[in-house]
Design a protein around this ligand. Sequence first.
Ligand code: CS2
Ligand code: MG
Length: 404
Amino acid sequence: MNDAIERVEVLVSSPARNYVTLRVTTRDGLVGLGDATVNGRELAVAAYLREHVAPLLIGRDPGRIEDTWQYLYRGVYWRRGPITMAAIGAVDLALWDILGKRTGQPLYALLGGRVRDRLATYRHAFGWDVPALLEQVDAHREAGFTHVRVQSGVPGLDTVYGVSKDPTYEPAAGRTGPPEEVWEPEGYLRTMPEVIAKVRAHVGDEVGLLHDAHHRLTPIQAARLGKALEDVHLYWLEDVTPAEDQEALRLVRQHTTTPLAIGEVFNTAWDCQYLIENRLIDFIRLAVVHGGGVSHLRKIFALAELHGVRAAPHGPSDVSPISLAASIHLGIATHNFAIQEYMGYPDLVHEAFPHEWYVDQGHLHPGEAAGLGVTLEDALHRRDDYQAAHLPVARRRDGSMTDW
Ligand code: CS2
Ligand code: MG
């Protein structure tokens, strides 16, 4: 078979931040790229791919995308989980990329074609105080963005999720171990509704405002926050409670009409099924790579469509521009797609992954290149630049561990 898979490479690199990239090459020279990054656990996915997956791909027909997905999923007794699913996701993206190049079609065309012209996206705004936050909100609005995620400092807390001096924040920063943060909910619960009300008063009614609680609240605290935020009409309130306790969202739902979003830490349709079928959420948020790639994510989105839940993939800077490309193509071709998170990247990341997708007037566009439309600048993908790094951990004031 002249078009069989001949070479599978796993690249670990750090062009400004850590990424794992899969490169699949066919005998006749087509190249497909996949993102396999799991922030802070990069080498686990790299080893999974290199040791356990790459040898199985050599000689396979790259056109059998669904069969390969099923082979890597069902063919492993120890299935699911972030590492396995990111590895499968990376292979899936690379094979779709190859199919696009073989047929000369952009990925979105292979997925059924456009159902919209451009994707709404939201940017992150954060500030230790309201004036600093509003400055960032204004900058995003001036650049044409219609939706903004707002995070602010909390009196009494020295560190707060989503608020940083570093615009490329949330690389896993701890080099020797996870930085430790202190988290107490009470000040946060008092402060956030006041802060977001001020942002709403400043921007008027037309701007979509979002907020991320990063899995930190108890169900009743989350219900209180949702209720306190009703008057500001959030676009969504994200990750209010730890995502594995799905029944918690029923309690939250009983108390508030604030729309709920969750899912960035889910990996499969089975993680989402209960929440979607019971209509306990409004938006489902897996990143393409973390949810087993385009092949699996579109099934999740189809399930969501049946239940009035909309798709809004995770798009932090810790998934690479390859994953974001796949997400944009999927969004352009998916009817119940709502919005794409776009945290943005340091310049060097754009240089390391030259891409056809682009932002124009606050919206994302996939571009028209065949496949995913991303290439690699090899010189910027050096293994030696990689240094292991850790996301922070959090403790309550009494010293006990809590969710970061
Ligand atoms: C976040 C992420 O984008 C988001 O909504 O919750 O920034 C998340 O903290 C990181 O992806 C963790 O690596
Ligand atoms: Mg989040």
